[in-house]
Design a protein around this ligand. Structure first.
Ligand code: EPZ
Length: 432
């Protein structure tokens, strides 16, 4: 089992380059299935969720070749298996994008119910609603979703909630459907636009991505292309919070400032200085951090995936901050771990009250999901003393070489491997 060991109290300075966006890459890689020719995908982050996608494509029969740093050539024309293996697919949430891609290409798909971060109830009813609207029938058996359609026909799809995953899946299933599909109440995240841009680069006809109404005219063929994944807005935001938490001064490169607008506005309210350039931002703190009120919302609101990171920063600010988590039922599970480090946070339903104490103390803590893990790294960097973070596999699902990037900014962080704890055998059972 791997751990991060962080000796806190060092200012982050220098520069860091952001990798490709996880939540764009895990949709674009399955989307290659829709092409009738090989594609080259660049700026692919080296993270475990991406590795799972590449493994699924390989197991299905696609030819996948790493052709350089962060670049892959994928030939989907050799795919002969339309079933995504249960054990592989259940490891991550985004495996459900193979449903939309396989259905859109072959009119059939068989994928396990998705896994992913334990954030509370994560239904897929809106995905199934979209597939049914296009003419697909689905059954669920042994934890596997089976989709079949005689023919996919364009339709009107109105989502009951704003959902990133279902918006992505509806696009994937509709790009080759006959006629016009209109998706209403669509999600508007940057990764939605990135998937639409990739599909249009292959010859799809998608208009309106990034707004709440997306129109798709089905096409017969999609051709190969070369496409670079956008930079990861959440990784960039995570580094903004880390630099601020250590009262550092650093430049974050390979970003799209427009994608960071809601994060930048909140950081500036907290007292973080941010100077924007074409594809980079300069972040520094030269005064006190002050309280703020944060409400998470679909894009362009404040992203839920930045909630735990900015909460950690607010434990160091003066005053009482309020965080309202409007997307996920259980996205405050990191609070117990921050309390071990001296944070004073009260959670009541979807609201957390943070009493800024201005300091944190190092402690042994455990990552319970991807962004919670990122929050604990930020806390460890700012804390006095040593912080040990267990279960860092959560972090490595979505951050590309986090410890290397932090060390380059001056952090004292290392990854160590320790033997798994022996299972405690009790008298009347094999394992406790
Ligand atoms: C994506 O999850 C991201 N994951 C999440 O990021 C992110 O938190 C989330 O979007 C919101 O931005 C990936 O892109 C792989 P949703 P997704 O469908 O698609 C409800 C991270 O840290 N809903 O937008 O699963 C749902 O319960 C991860 O990178 C339905 O009710 O999220 C939630 O309350 C964590 N029915 C809301 O919609 C459905 O069929 C938003 O979910 C689908 C969703």
């Amino acid at each position: 089992m791997d751990k991060f060991i962080i000796k806190g109290g060092r200012r982050l300075t220098g520069e860091v380059t952001i990798s490709g966006a996880k939540n764009a890459a895990v949709a674009i890689l399955p989307a290659v299935i829709l092409s009738d020719e090989p594609c080259i995908i660049e700026n692919v982050p080296s993270i475990s969720d991406v590795n799972i996608c590449l493994r699924i494509l390989t197991e299905m029969g696609a030819e996948v070749a790493n052709i350089g740093k962060d670049a892959y050539r994928i030939d989907p024309t050799t795919i002969e298996n339309f079933c995504v293996p249960y054990e592989t697919a259940r490891k991550m949430r985004a495996s459900y994008y193979f449903l939309g891609a396989l259905l859109g290409k072959f009119n059939k798909a068989r994928v396990s119910m998705p896994g992913g971060c334990p954030l509370g109830d994560r239904p897929i009813d809106q995905h199934l609603k979209a597939f049914a609207a296009l003419g697909a029938k689905y059954t669920l058996s042994q934890g596997m979703i089976d989709l079949k359609a005689d023919k996919l026909r364009g339709s009107q799809i109105f989502f009951d909630v704003v959902t990133v995953g279902a918006t992505m899946n509806a696009m994937l299933a509709a790009v080759k459907a006959e006629g016009l599909t209109i998706i209403e109440n669509a999600a508007k995240e940057p990764h939605i636009v990135d998937l639409a841009n990739f599909l249009n680069s292959m010859g799809a006809n998608i208009m309106g991505a990034g707004t709440d109404v997306i129109k798709i005219r089905g096409v017969d063929k999609l051709r190969g292309c070369t496409y670079a994944v956008i930079p990861d807005q959440i990784e960039a935001g995570t580094f903004m919070a880390a630099i601020a938490a250590t009262k550092g001064d650093a430049v974050i490169k390979n970003v799209i400032p427009k994608h960071l607008e809601s994060i930048t506005k909140k950081m500036e309210k907290i007292g973080v200085n941010i100077e924007q350039f074409d594809d980079s931002i300069h972040v520094w703190v030269d005064g006190p951090l002050v309280k703020a009120n944060i409400k998470t919302a679909p894009h362009p609101g404040f992203p839920t995936d930045m909630q735990s990171q900015i909460a950690t920063l607010l434990t160091l600010a003066e005053g009482t901050s309020i965080i309202t988590e409007n997307i996920w039922e259980q996205r405050f599970r990191y609070v117990d771990e921050l309390r071990r480090m001296g944070a004073d946070i009260t959670v009541n339903g979807k609201v957390a009250l943070i009493e800024g104490t201005g300091k944190l103390m190092g402690a042994p803590v455990k990552a319970c999901d991807l962004r919670a893990g990122a929050a604990l790294i930020i806390a460890g960097l700012a804390a006095s003393g040593v912080t040990e973070i267990e279960d860092i596999f959560h972090i490595e699902r979505g951050y590309d070489c986090m410890e290397g990037k932090l060390r380059a900014l001056g952090a004292d962080i290392e990854k160590i491997s320790v033997p798994d704890k022996p299972q405690i055998k009790s008298a009347d059972s094999k394992t406790a």
